[in-house]
Design a protein around this ligand. Structure first.
Ligand SMILES: Nc1ncnc2c1ncn2[C@@H]1O[C@H](COP(=O)(O)OP(=O)(O)O)[C@@H](O)[C@H]1O
Ligand SMILES: [Mg+2]
Length: 265
């Protein structure tokens, strides 16, 4: 069980998948930014992320831009956005940034290694959350977004793979490659994603699933499927998921709603 409320106690992990590095591939660099690379801990569209260790024995998640993206302006901008946002966000919300730059041909960032699991891994191992665990998760992720938005940091890419547990079982957000400061469209997107990850945690599904036709019909009609949520949450979260932005609550509004539990459907 993962303790989303962040006590300092060591969390007990049941059925959680083996998290941790897998061996390097032959084409991988072996050292970047003063870190010896010991294994791969993740991959994304832009980058491969490695477990690194420096000569003082300190570990880091070393994110290296993929070779085929080195000349891609948008990918380079994503690294810049991430460096800026990680510099602004407190270390309790996002991994602490140790260093960033170029090492020869490699564009990289070195940041705190969060051992996980991510929300995606947690769901794959244990299935949906319910009861107090769901509420704890919803409160924690909403608090995270409230605190980011108070700083006018808009993440723009909140999804189960980017919601990850760190020290003491606390929740963190990773991958700030889309993030921007004071961007109202991204702010709106964060609310959509906040409701989506809560829905995913509760039922393992996203609000608009089905065939492409079903998805577009539901989306255009603003009829997200929120039936899996506790009843008292449905109205507020539905408003985050509807196309009409006028009715979308703030992250603080979502937090108020999920902080109140009420009865189950
Ligand atoms: N600080 C970190 N600690 C642990 N794992 C990480 C960290 N940063 C990234 N990862 C892992 O690497 C994957 C890819 O990183 P991400 O930043 O999302 O790259 P991309 O920008 O290419 O999508 C993540 O989904 C996660 O599994
Ligand atoms: Mg990513």
């Amino acid at each position: 069980m993962v303790n989303f409320q962040g006590s300092q106690e060591q969390t007990e992990q049941q059925n959680t998948p083996p998290v941790g590095p897998v061996p390097l591939e032959t084409t991988d660099p072996t050292s970047v930014g003063g870190f010896e690379l010991l294994g791969r801990i993740g991959t994304g569209r832009q980058a491969v992320v490695y477990l690194g260790r420096n000569n003082r024995g300190e570990s880091a998640a070393v994110k290296v831009l993929r070779a085929e993206r080195r000349d891609d302006r948008r990918s380079l901008e994503a690294f810049e956005r991430e460096v800026e946002a990680l510099g602004l966000a407190p270390d309790s919300l996002s991994p602490r940034l140790y260093s960033a730059g170029w090492d020869g041909e490699h564009r990289y960032t070195a940041a705190e290694y969060l051992t996980g699991p991510s929300l995606e891994e947690l769901m794959q191992a244990d299935g949906p959350l319910g009861g107090a665990e769901l509420r704890q998760f919803a409160v924690s992720i909403s608090q995270l977004v409230v605190r980011l938005h108070r700083l006018r940091i808009h993440h723009g890419d909140i999804k189960p793979r980017h919601v990850i547990t760190g020290p003491g079982g606390r929740l963190f957000l990773i991958d700030f490659g889309v993030a921007a400061i004071g961007d109202s469209a991204l702010r709106r997107r964060d609310l959509f994603s906040l409701a989506s990850v809560i829905l995913y945690a509760a039922g393992g599904r996203f609000p608009y699933e089905g065939t492409p036709l079903e998805i577009s019909t539901r989306t255009m009609g603003g009829r997200p499927d929120v039936g899996v949520l506790p009843k008292p949450w449905r109205d507020t979260l539905r408003k985050c998921l509807e196309p009409n932005r006028r009715f979308c609550p703030s992250a603080a509004g979502v937090l108020r709603t999920v902080g109140r539990y009420g009865s189950w459907a």
